[in-house]
Write a protein that binds this ligand. Structure first.
Ligand code: NAD
Length: 329
């Protein structure tokens, strides 16, 4: 099996190589993203493996098919960057890593909340400069606050458990409610109620065309003044321009992002000596009450080990003519 791994970083190479000892696949690691501009790099591989910001659209799928490549192995859970219906129509199988470590993303989500609230990132820098003033560092207790969780699957449920441990009341919105979360004290409500009643709102649903800009200017209007909004799911769930407006009007009191609508132009690269051309991003990053991380929710040893293991197993399954429903879409 010859496998092209697009968007390779050193950690992909390390964890896939380690996991591959049991399989002996022939990997070609490519640092570039797969999209219509790099499709020329595709050769007669058996499988291409991609990550969150590769773009597997009709044009890319046609080229894969012309090279007789019948398997796209995602190394992530989300699949909004693949035209699934078109892949299906061409007979190209698409696999993903449905669950690698929901706790990894959940813990990062709560880290964003805690940092925004108690401003430890600012305190760290102050103390380094012998500035021990507390001015501007005032936070609030999570205990007794209401957290609204949109999407209560694996990651959302894990966030809920942590927040309940901190003493938060939990409101949820999900078209498929979980009885066990209800039994544990969470309350499912409709979206407007969640937006109106929550002090903290956190997004944990997948991105589809139908919920793109789920958080738009109307949704923001419904929120409490000074709400904390967190998105570690997919950037397209929030309308960045509406968020900027919400921050300027102080309706949004805190914003934590691990994902961003146009992140494919920025994230996972060192651009520290470049001039960033994305004015929306630089405006967002310039607010004192905004904390952005570059899509690192998944980035733990446990998650990377599981991502490599599941990706390799999906490739193995496919090579045996199997497309198990846990891994294949
Ligand atoms: P999951 O499939 O276990 O849960 C998703 C939940 O969202 C499901 O319960 C589903 O019913 C619900 N849902 C679907 N459409 C919805 C809608 N319109 N409104 C509200 N809820 C809706 O997925 P998961 O493992 O919990 O992952 C959630 C998302 O987190 C992924 O889709 C991915 O985009 C994102 N993610 C981010 C990172 C990161 O590093 N930041 C890593 C992994 C996953």
């Amino acid at each position: 099996m010859r496998i092209a791994v697009f968007s390779t970083k050193q950690h992909d190479r390390d964890y896939l190589t380690e996991g591959n000892r049991a399989f002996g696949f022939d990997f070609e690691f490519l640092e570039t993203r797969l999209d219509h501009t790099t499709i020329g790099l595709v050769q007669p591989y058996d499988v291409v493996s991609v990550f969150v910001n590769d773009i597997v659209d009709k044009q890319v799928l046609d080229t894969l098919k012309s090279h007789h490549i019948n398997h796209v192995a995602l190394r992530c859970a989300g699949f909004n960057n693949v035209d699934l219906n078109y892949a299906k129509s061409l007979g190209i199988a698409v696999s993903r890593v449905p669950a690698y470590s929901p706790e990894a993303v959940a813990e990062h989500t709560v880290a964003l909340m805690m940092t925004l609230n108690r401003k430890t990132h600012k305190a760290y820098n102050r103390v380094k400069e012998n500035n021990f003033s507390l001015r501007g560092l005032l936070g609030f207790n999570f205990h007794g606050k209401t957290a609204g969780i949109i999407g209560t699957g694996k990651i959302g449920s894990s966030v809920i458990k942590i927040l309940q441990g901190l003493g938060c009341s939990i409101l949820c919105y999900d078209p498929q409610p979980s009885q066990s979360l209800c039994d544990a004290g969470a309350e499912y409500v409709d979206m407007p109620s969640l937006l109106q009643r929550s002090d903290i709102i956190s997004l944990h649903c997948p991105l589809f065309e139908s919920n793109r800009h789920l958080i738009d200017s109307h949704a923001i209007t419904l929120m409490k003044h000074g709400v904390m909004l967190i998105n570690t799911s997919r950037g397209g769930l929030v309308d960045s321009d509406a968020i900027i407006h919400g921050l300027k009007s102080k309706k949004i009191g805190y914003l934590g992002l691990d994902v961003y609508e146009m992140e494919s132009e920025l994230f996972f690269e060192d651009l520290s000596t470049e001039i960033v051309q994305d004015d929306t991003f630089t405006r967002l990053a310039g607010f004192p009450n905004v904390l952005i991380t570059g899509h690192q929710g998944f980035f733990t040893h446990e998650a990377l080990t599981q991502i490599a293991a599941t990706t390799l197993n999906n490739i193995h399954q496919f090579s045996q003519g199997k497309t198990n429903p846990e891994g294949f879409l």
